[in-house]
Design a protein around this ligand. Sequence first.
Ligand code: AMP
Length: 318
Amino acid sequence: MFDKIYEKIKEYDKIVLARHVGPDPDAMASTMGLRDSIKLTFPKKKVYAIGSGTQKFTYFGKLDKVDDTSDALLIVLDTPDIRRIDGAKLEDYKDVIKIDHHPFVDKFGKLEFIDDTSSSAAELVLEFINNTPLKMNKEIAGILYIGIVGDTNRFMFNVSNSRTFKNVTELLQNYKLEVNKLYENLYLRPIHEVKFEGYIGLNLTFTKNGVAYIKFTDSLLKEFHVDAASPGNMIGNFNFMEGVYVWVFFTEDVKNENIRVSARSRGPIINEILTHYNGGGHKYASGARIKTMDEADLIIKDFDLLCKKYKEENNLEN
Ligand code: AMP
């Protein structure tokens, strides 16, 4: 598959790279890393990384704007479903390729490279570059490293297996990455976000069977000077709560007129439940967009039941 995708890249003079709405470091890293590698390898090609920008991701480099795409190849990264592609309409492109590590949702690429055992889309891009004549440099290596670290939460999840460590070891050996600088990009945050995280810890609610949850209104977000994306970005910091197997944040998103749901698990499989609520994602890291807080209460109930079953099946006391 790598060869076929490489041949397509060779064939096209204009290539556009897209990812999912509400980007995270992996979505940014996989598109920007692949864009920069294609540019480095083929300086004459026009290569664009598109999608809405966020202030906090400026360290990945500049995003691009593209007009006429009728003769272009579109590569969609880190996105399993058509509805969540940010800023690209499939019908506007001559050819479409998908590179993704989510469980399969929609078929939309002529070529689809999907590996849901991979830690991140950035790791897939790294393997793609390593297995084709595509070039790499220290900047690209740093970008991909951040994507892998972001999606594995610093190699904490099971998705970071020996394959990930091998890939990362090679990156560190070959490009002498200064990881402390990279971590600063990824983790440095304003003091008001730190205070907001304190608020979350103090205000979580715990259900009988091991769900922790919290609901954020728009006025609360304003009080802490954070935006609707902030809670979702912090959910990974609440990983090891004794007696809690699933934790979920509900955030009012006034701009998009919905409620963002971010959920994480350290055992029960949660994406199957959120698929019923206009969502999806991975087994243990899943999200959704809902319309009302009543739906939030239904999700909490579903998760609570899921945890009950999980504990019974695994003979867990807590
Ligand atoms: P988040 O909590 O936003 O970081 O999302 C966790 C995972 O769920 C990611 O893999 C997202 O791609 C996926 N996800 C988030 N929101 C949605 C949604 N509305 N529909 C489908 N998948 C989603």
